[in-house]
Design a protein around this ligand. Structure first.
Ligand code: ADP
Ligand code: ZN
Length: 604
C-alpha cells in the first residue's frame, strides 16, 4: 500500500499523518488480514476501516450498534465526498431499494448496518453477491458476555461473516480486558488476527476523585471553579437522581438537561441534540447516554454515583476531551452508593459465578477511588499497561492527599495471607488479623497462627481498605473467577523486605452534630427536614427499583426517628421503631450510609 492510503488520508480526510497504530492497522487490512483493534475512545478507530474501505475494491460493511452513531459517521463521510450509506429501519422502502441498486452497481464504498439488520436473510443474501472490501465490527466488546454491554445479536455475526469468507474482518473496541479480548476473537471467528493494542492513556484528561460530602454541592463547586460555561456529562445511577440533579443545577445557573431511558424519546432526542449542537450545555444522564456520542469538546465527565467497574468508568470518562484539549474526569464516591451497587448485584438474576466477577470488579473500582498514589498509573495498570512515572496530571499527583504510613499494617496483612496458605479471601484474612474466633477460623486452625489477632488495633473497615489497596497497587493478586482468593505477588517483596513503604489515604472526617436526645418525631427543624427529605429519596429509589409504594419500605415515622436518633450501627438502627430483623438485613446498611451522608451534607 503506502502511497494510496497516505494519499487518501491527506486528500480525503485532510490529515497530515497517521496517529499511533493507524498505519499498521490499515496496512494489514489492505493486505486482507483479520484484525483485533483496541484503542481508547477518541483514538481514531474509524479511519482504520474507512481508509481500507477506499483502498480495497468492493463495498466495506460496517456493523455498528447504534443508529445515531451510524448517522453521524455517514454524515461526516458524505461531507468528505465519500460514498457512504446506512441501511436501517428508519428508511422508506424506496430509499432502501435505491441503496440496494447502487450497491449492486458498485456505487457505494461504505455501508453501515445495525447487527439485527445485517442478520436478516435478505441482507445476508445481498452481501453474499457483492464484492466486499472488508467487514468492520465496531464496539466489538458487545459480543462478550463478560463485557458490560452484551448484545445477543452480536453472537451471530460470525455466521454472517462466514457467508463472505474472502473479506478481511476487523473487530474494534475501546474496552476489553484479557478475557473479553479472547472472547471477541473466538465469537467473531477472527482468523489468526493481527492484534493492535494502542496505549490507553489519555494524557489530556485530569482524573479527580473525592469522598462524597454532599455530592451535588461538590459538583457545583467543581463546575463553578473549573468548568464554567463548559459542555459536559454528569452521570447518576437512578433516573430520579438524574432529573433532580438537572433541575438543581439549572436552578443554580448551570443549564443542564436530563437524559435517561424513561423519558419519552422525542424529549430525549431534543436534549441530546441541544447538547451536541449548542455550546456549554450540561447533560445529566444514566449510562443510557453516551455510546456513540462523538462530540469532541466535552470538557468534563462527572460521576455523582459509582459506575459498576473500572472498564465502565474508563469508557465513560473517555468521552471527555476527544479533541485532545485539557478535560476533567471527576467523581465522588460514598459508602452508600457502594452498598447500593452491592445490593443491586446481590438481588440481580445473574448466576453466582457472574456475581463474583461483578463483586471483584466493584472492589477494583473502589480500590481505585481510595488510591493515594497516581491514578493514571493504576488505571493503565488495570488494562495491563505500565506507566514509568507518576503522571503529574491527576489529583493525587497535583495535590498529594493526607496519608498515614501503613507499612507495618501491610506487612501484617501480607503475612496473614501467606500464613493461611494463600487460599482465602478478604473475609477470612481480616478475621484472622482481628483475632475473631469464628467457626471457619478454628476449623482451619488459624487461631493458632502467630498472626492471629495481631491487627486488633485496626477496624474491620480499615483492614478491608488496606487489602483493597494492596490489590489496587498490584502487590496482591485476587482470584477473580474463584472465591476472591488472595495471593502474594512478587512485587510485594520490597515491602516485605522493608525497602519501600506503603502510604494510605487518611479518610476524610465526616462532620456531624452531636446526637440530639429528644425522641419526639414531631416538628423537625430545617436541617433535620433536609436529612429527612434525603432519606425519603433513598426510600423512593428503592421503591421504584422494586415497584412497590415507598411506605412498604419504611414509614415516615421510622425515617423521622432515624433523623432524630442518628443511629450509627446496625444494632442502634435495630432499636428504631419499625426496623425489624428482615428490614434491617435488607435495608440497614443502605439507610445508615444515606443517613451519614445526609448529615454530612446538612451540616456543611
Ligand atoms: P474513536 O472511534 O476511536 O473514538 P474517532 O475515529 O471518532 O475515534 O476519531 C476521533 C477524532 O480524531 C476524530 O475527530 C477524527 O477525525 C480524529 N482523527 C482520527 N485520526 C486522525 C489523524 N490521523 N489525524 C488527525 N485527526 C485524526
Ligand atoms: Zn497521576
Amino acid at each position: 500500500m503506502g502511497r494510496e492510503a497516505t494519499q487518501i488520508l491527506s486528500e480525503v480526510f485532510g490529515y497530515r499523518a497517521f496517529r499511533g497504530l493507524q498505519k499498521e492497522i490499515i496496512e494489514s487490512a489492505c493486505e486482507g488480514r483479520d484484525a483485533l483493534v483496541l484503542m481508547p475512545t477518541g483514538g481514531g478507530k474509524s479511519l482504520c476501516f474507512q481508509i481500507p474501505a477506499l483502498v480495497r475494491p468492493g463495498v466495506a460493511v460496517v456493523i455498528s450498534p447504534l443508529i445515531a452513531l451510524m448517522a453521524d459517521q455517514v454524515a461526516t463521510l458524505r461531507q468528505l465526498g465519500v460514498r457512504a450509506e446506512a441501511l436501517n429501519s428508519t428508511l422508506s422502502s424506496t430509499d432502501q431499494a435505491d441503496i440496494e441498486r447502487r450497491l449492486r452497481s458498485g456505487e457505494i464504498d461504505l455501508l453501515y448496518l445495525a447487527p439485527e439488520r445485517a442478520l436478516q436473510p435478505r441482507t445476508a443474501e445481498l452481501l453474499g453477491e457483492l464484492p466486499v472490501a472488508l467487514i468492520a465490527i465496531d464496539e466489538a466488546h458487545c459480543v462478550s458476555q463478560w463485557g458490560h454491554d452484551f448484545r445477543p445479536e452480536y453472537m451471530q455475526l460470525a455466521a454472517l461473516a462466514d457467508r463472505i469468507p474472502d473479506a478481511p474482518r476487523m473487530a474494534l473496541t475501546a474496552t476489553a480486558d484479557g478475557p473479553t479480548r479472547r472472547e471477541i476473537v473466538t465469537r467473531l471467528g477472527l482468523r489468526d488476527p493481527g492484534e493492535f493494542i494502542a496505549s490507553f492513556d489519555r494524557p489530556n484528561i485530569t482524573y479527580r476523585v473525592a469522598e462524597r460530602q454532599g455530592g451535588k454541592q461538590q459538583l457545583l463547586r467543581f463546575l463553578e471553579e473549573q468548568h464554567r460555561g463548559d459542555a459536559g456529562i454528569v452521570y447518576c445511577l437512578s433516573r430520579r437522581s438524574v432529573e433532580e440533579t438537572a433541575e438543581w443545577l439549572t436552578a443554580r445557573g448551570i443549564p443542564a438537561y436530563p437524559y435517561h431511558a424513561g423519558l419519552d424519546s422525542e424529549l430525549r432526542q431534543r436534549h441530546q441534540t441541544r447538547f451536541l449542537n449548542e455550546e456549554g450545555q450540561v447533560i445529566v444522564a444514566t449510562i443510557a447516554f453516551g455510546m456513540g456520542i462523538d462530540k469532541p469538546n466535552v470538557r468534563f465527565v462527572a460521576h455523582l454515583d459509582l459506575p459498576g467497574s473500572v472498564e465502565a468508568y474508563y469508557q465513560e470518562t473517555g468521552r471527555a476531551g476527544r479533541d485532545g484539549l485539557p478535560a476533567t474526569a471527576w467523581m465522588v464516591y460514598g459508602l452508600s452508593d457502594l452498598i447500593r451497587r452491592r445490593s443491586m448485584l446481590e438481588e440481580s438474576e445473574s448466576g453466582e459465578q457472574r456475581k463474583r466477577v461483578e463483586r471483584a470488579k466493584l472492589d477494583a473500582l473502589l480500590g481505585y477511588c481510595e488510591l493515594s498514589s497516581c491514578r493514571r498509573v493504576a488505571l493503565l495498570g488495570y488494562f495491563g499497561e505500565e506507566l514509568a512515572a507518576p503522571c503529574g496530571n491527576c489529583d493525587n499527583c497535583l495535590d498529594p492527599p493526607d496519608t498515614w504510613d501503613a507499612t507495618e499494617a501491610a506487612r501484617m496483612a501480607l503475612s496473614a495471607i501467606y500464613r493461611t496458605g494463600q487460599r482465602f479471601g478478604v473475609g477470612q484474612v481480616v478475621d484472622v488479623l482481628r483475632g475473631k474466633t469464628q467457626e471457619k477460623v478454628e476449623r482451619w486452625g488459624h487461631d493458632r497462627l502467630s498472626v492471629f489477632g495481631v491487627g486488633r488495633d485496626h477496624s474491620e473497615a480499615e483492614w478491608r481498605t488496606l487489602l483493597r489497596q494492596l490489590v489496587a497497587r498490584g502487590l496482591v493478586d485476587v482470584d477473580v473467577d474463584g472465591y476472591g482468593t488472595l495471593h502474594l505477588n512478587d512485587s510485594c517483596r520490597p515491602l516485605l523486605r522493608g525497602e519501600t513503604n506503603l502510604e494510605l489515604r487518611r479518610p476524610v472526617k465526616k462532620t456531624r452534630k452531636a446526637a440530639r436526645k429528644t425522641a419526639a418525631p414531631v416538628g423537625l427543624d430545617a436541617e433535620q427536614r433536609r436529612v429527612f427529605e434525603s432519606l425519603r429519596e433513598t426510600r423512593l429509589d428503592l421503591a421504584h427499583e422494586q415497584g412497590v409504594p415507598p411506605y412498604v419500605i419504611f414509614h415516615d415515622a421510622t425515617l423521622q426517628a432515624m433523623v432524630v436518633e442518628h443511629p450509627e450501627t446496625l444494632a442502634e438502627l435495630a432499636e428504631i421503631p419499625g426496623v425489624g430483623a428482615k428490614k434491617l438485613e435488607r435495608y440497614g446498611e443502605i439507610f445508615l450510609g444515606a443517613l451519614q451522608e445526609a448529615l454530612a451534607e446538612a451540616t456543611q
